[in-house]
Structures are given as structure tokens and as C-alpha cells.
Design a binder for this molecule. Structure first.
Ligand code: P6P
Length: 337
């Protein structure tokens, strides 16, 4: 089979955007380069020097693992070197990172990212991932500002994730479908392995941390019981699959069909996942693959955003499964989401 690298694919698809003069293409290539470097370190994570914790905690109050810091630094360095980005928002940084270098003075884009999602799984060799979201800047010139990030998910220019698992995959969309690339370590290139990814309209996998069951909204409790009932006509009971690494769960469900839910809990009364650099990019990908993403009442990509690390409940995956869960949420609604 003829191999098509990420670089070849990006250039080929550039004609989809006649107005673009290659900046987005270069930015996507910069992401691919940083992903290869992070993957190399993640695959060595079993070695001592980068395992364990820095002892610091990030803005989420979570213990920061060295690989988190490494991944954050690699992507920031790649974006700065590429010159296409005027500001970065990262899960690892309280505030935005404005970029004001000579080569970025005409930068058109801002990037929001979770550099290493699921990092609590690093030490136990479970897949982790990077999630990124790209917007056109709204500010006119100079370094970007926080207002450049206060845009609804529908304004995204591109979004994607890298999953560092049994193989390293880059999955992204620029609004014309979803394509998946697998890293071939023998040539150090991401190669097109999953062209035009479509998620099944239905599935029989549900992903949720049932340890929080007692504190879930009634609609979620009822949906979980629905998933567990015997009913051959609808392939129930469904299978429960929850890795604890959102990118891994959502990537599996994208391919096999399924639904991932992180609802409100007492510990996370607004949900745990972040709207800007987790939910919106994942929502863009799932919608472009024929799936759906909601906060339990509203389309994720239409939610207003007014703070960088804003959290939201997330129901994402096969459209018919998300719809079913939303039916239960509407029927047993207790408060405005
Ligand atoms: P819990 C990882 O921290 C994450 O943001 C998602 O990737 C993952 O699905 C979820 O949180 C796990 O959270 O509370 O179930 O351990």
C-alpha cells in the first residue's frame, strides 16, 4: 500500500483552503513534530529519571508529573519555533502564554491544549494523550490575549488529539472530516492509517466512572441502569469500559461506537473536564465523524466560554447513544445545566 505521510496529506488537503497560505499547514506539522518527541519520552516512561512527580500541583490542584511538564514544554517550544501562533492556553498554565517573537508577529492563530491528558496513568503504563484546539486570533496584532480564547467551539479552525498507546496516533479535523495517522517509528513519520474516520451511529460500550454513582444526576443513574438491562433487540446489556484516560476511552469509542460520560459529581459540581482544551476539540472531532457532544442539555460547541479553565459535564460519542442519555437527562432533570 502506498504510504501517505502527514506532511504529504496536509499539503494535498491545503487546496481545500484556497485562502490559506500554508500557515495552518505549518502549524499542524509543528504539532506532529512535538508529538514525535513526546512519544519518544512517553515510551521511555518506565525509566526512572522522568517518572514520579515534581511535587508541584497545577491550576487544577492535581499533582504534576514530570512528563506533564516535559510535554507542555515541547509543545510550547514547537509553537514558538513555528511562528504561526500568537498565544497558547495550556492545562498546565494558570494564565495564557502570549508569544511576542519576531517570527510570530504575523501569527494568525492561537492554540489551546491539554499537553498530557490522563497523566495519572503514566506510571502504570496506560495510554495517555495530548488534546489541541486551534482558533483564528480575534485580536488584531501583537501577542495574543485571553479574549482570543473566549470563542465558542463552533469557531475552531482545527482540533485533534495524539494518543500515546500501543501505537502513537494523531487524529485531527479541519472541518472536512476526521483523519487518523499512525506513527511509523522505522521512518519517524505519521502515516495515514485511518482515512475519513466515521463513528458508528450506535454502539454497546458506555464509559463512566461508576464509583461516583451515588452523586450522579438522576438522569445519568437511570441511563446507567438502562445500559445494564437485558434487551436483545437493543444489544443490552452494554459493556462498561473505562480506562481513566479520556483520550483513550473516547478514541476507542470513536472507532467501535460508544458513549463517554463525565457528568457533574459532588467533587466536580460543574463536571471535571475542561471546555476550552478538552471538550471543545473532542466535540469537534466527534461531530465531524458523525457523532455528538453535549453537556447534558446543550451542544458542547455552542456553550459560551468566559474563563480559561472552565469545566463542563460531557456526554460524547455515538449520536444515538448520546441522544438516549440526553432523553433520560431531560426526563429526570432536577436543575438547569
Ligand atoms: P476520574 C484525566 O484526569 C481525565 O481528565 C480524563 O482523561 C479521564 O477520563 C478522567 O479525568 C478520569 O477522572 O475522576 O474518573 O478518575
Amino acid at each position: 500500500m502506498k504510504v501517505k505521510t502527514l506532511g504529504q496529506f496536509i499539503i494535498e488537503k491545503q487546496s481545500d483552503f484556497p485562502y490559506a497560505k500554508g500557515e495552518l499547514s505549518r502549524l499542524l506539522r509543528d504539532i506532529g513534530i512535538a508529538a514525535k518527541i513526546v512519544n519518544r519520552e512517553v515510551s521511555k516512561a518506565g525509566l526512572v529519571e522522568i517518572l514520579g512527580e515534581t511535587g508541584e500541583t497545577n491550576v487544577q490542584g492535581e499533582k504534576v508529573k514530570k512528563l506533564d511538564v516535559f510535554a507542555n514544554e515541547q509543545f510550547i517550544a514547537a509553537f514558538k519555533a513555528g511562528g504561526e501562533v500568537c498565544a497558547i492556553a495550556s492545562e498546565e498554565n494558570d494564565d495564557i502564554i502570549p508569544i511576542d517573537t519576531e517570527i510570530s508577529k504575523n501569527a494568525k492563530y492561537v492554540v489551546a491544549m491539554d499537553p498530557l491528558d490522563g497523566s495519572s496513568n503514566i506510571d502504570v503504563n496506560v495510554s495517555v494523550g495530548t488534546i489541541f484546539s486551534i482558533y483564528r486570533r480575534t485580536s488584531l496584532s501583537g501577542p495574543g490575549t485571553i479574549l482570543d480564547f473566549m470563542q465558542r467551539g463552533t469557531e475552531q479552525v482545527a482540533a485533534g488529539y495524539i494518543i500515546y498507546g500501543s501505537s502513537c496516533m494523531l487524529v485531527y479535523t479541519t472541518g472536512k472530516g476526521v483523519n487518523g495517522f499512525t506513527l511509523d517509528p522505522s521512518i519517524g513519520e505519521f502515516c495515514l492509517s485511518h482515512p475519513n474516520m466515521r463513528t458508528p451511529q450506535n454502539g454497546n460500550v458506555y464509559s463512566i466512572n461508576e464509583g461516583n454513582y451515588l452523586h450522579f444526576p438522576d438522569g445519568v443513574k437511570k441511563y446507567i441502569k438502562y445500559c445494564q438491562e437485558e434487551d436483545k433487540a437493543t444489544n443490552r446489556p452494554f459493556s462498561s469500559r473505562y480506562i481513566g484516560s479520556g483520550v483513550a476511552d473516547i478514541h476507542r469509542n470513536l472507532i467501535t461506537g460508544g458513549v463517554y460520560i463525565y457528568p457533574t459529581t459532588t467533587k466536580s459540581p460543574k463536571g471535571k473536564l475542561r471546555l476550552l482544551y478538552e471538550c471543545n476539540p473532542l466535540a469537534y472531532i466527534l461531530e465531524q465523524a458523525g457523532g455528538k457532544a453535549s453537556n447534558g442539555a446543550k451542544r458542547i460547541m455552542e456553550l459560551d466560554i468566559n474563563e480559561l479553565h472552565q469545566r463542563t459535564p460531557l456526554f460524547i460519542g455515538s449520536s444515538q447513544m448520546v441522544d438516549k442519555a440526553l432523553e433520560f437527562m431531560a426526563k429526570y432533570k432536577t436543575e438547569e445545566v
